[in-house]
Design a protein around this ligand. Structure first.
Ligand code: KG4
Ligand code: ZN
Length: 343
């Protein structure tokens, strides 16, 4: 079954073609970084316009790469939420129009389910039940995966998402948007013990996260010494990154052990972070847990994960109608077979 996935929830325009829910024939991501960089973050209006301009070229490229035509597509899967309203609308309308034109089903996918299931595009992936840490620019959650399609939220951030913290700290340090990957690169030359940054909510059975205190601590360090340069900048990036990776991995592994899971998976843009991946490997081994990491290009936004999540939902018999609408706030745990659930 050939599934065409479309992702336009934020600042990446992406189209993918997936054969039988697993084999990636094309996975095209057109980034809008240049359009947003001078504003230091994503401007929703500009994101929508860019999706409008980029989506059809992106679709053409994906079809060419996969050597397929639209008439061969059996299922359309599109991110319907959560995300920026105007950005989502572009993808949803395109997917519905294609589905209507070719007489094929179209299914609305929750973006977080895409991140969570990205691991199933790897050669080996966990069978439910397992615990999933989804860490992106707008979200930081631990989900208990009871089955594909059935998720229970175990914990969330109480303030900033992990990616948001990376991006805000990068901004404080004068680094260009998007900041997460810049901090990751600079941190590789730094000493993670150089600055002692706080770890919030340290209680062993408190699984929620909090990153705003850490961000404030970095802001204080910058206010006291000015924006560091050279080795001091690398050290600050490494110390901040260590604090984020330390808390994420500690809480994730503790929750998995205490709740009786044998396997843990990561997903979302921050799961591309080199230190988070390294520390997760170390701590999962110490805790006797199986760890599953998607490759970095499948952690950041892409449409292959949306095609996969849509395919899986379709195979479970779940359906969207052509009344499908964008759902800017859509909680993954509310999905229960409807795409998206009615208001
Ligand atoms: O999943 P994603 O691509 O988009 C959202 O759904 O938000 O995640 C984007 C987030 C941004 O905050 C970005 O700075 C962060 O992931 N990110 C990273 C890295 N690559 C992307 N953060 C830390 N280290 C990285 N290597
Ligand atoms: Zn994302």
């Amino acid at each position: 079954m050939l599934t065409l996935g479309i992702e336009t929830s934020c600042d990446e325009t992406a189209v993918a073609l997936l054969q039988n829910g697993r084999e990636i024939l094309a996975d095209v991501v057109l980034t809008q970084v240049d359009a947003h960089q001078r504003f230091g973050g994503v401007v929703p209006e500009i994101a929508s316009r860019n999706h409008l301009q980029q989506l059809l070229p992106c679709l053409e490229t994906a079809l060419q790469k996969a050597q397929k035509t639209l008439s061969e597509v059996a299922l359309y899967a599109v991110t319907a939420g959560p995300g920026l309203q105007g950005a989502l609308l572009v993808g949803v309308l395109a997917a519905k129009t294609l589905a209507r034109t070719y007489g094929r089903p179209c299914i609305g996918v929750n973006h977080l389910e895409g991140h969570l299931l990205a691991i199933a595009l790897a050669e080996t992936f966990p069978k439910p039940p397992f615990l999933s840490l989804v860490v992106s620019g707008g979200h930081t959650h631990l989900f208990a995966v009871e089955a594909f399609g059935r998720y229970a939220k175990v914990a969330s951030t109480r303030d900033d998402a992990a990616g948001e913290a990376f991006d805000k700290v990068a901004r404080l340090l004068g680094l260009p948007y998007p900041g997460g990957v810049q901090v990751d690169v600079l941190a590789q030359k730094g000493n993670p013990q150089a600055f002692s940054f706080p770890r919030a909510l340290p209680g062993k059975s408190v699984y929620d996260f909090s990153f705003s205190g850490l961000k404030t601590a970095v802001a204080h360090a910058v206010a006291q010494r000015g924006i560091p340069t050279g080795q001091a900048l690398y050290d600050l990036c490494a110390s901040f990154q260590e604090a984020v990776a330390d808390v994420l991995t500690k809480k994730c592994m503790a929750a998995a052990k205490q709740l009786g899971f044998g396997a843990v998976a990561l997903g979302g843009g921050v799961a591309a972070n080199s230190r988070l991946r390294g520390l997760a490997v170390e701590r999962a081994a110490q805790a006797g847990l199986q760890l599953y990491l998607p490759k970095p290009s499948l952690c950041t936004d892409n449409a292959a994960m949306i095609a996969l999540a849509g395919y899986e939902a379709h195979m479970r018999g779940e359906r969207s109608t052509l009344a499908l609408d964008a759902r800017p706030t859509w909680h993954l745990e509310d999905t229960h077979g409807q795409h998206p659930p009615s208001h």
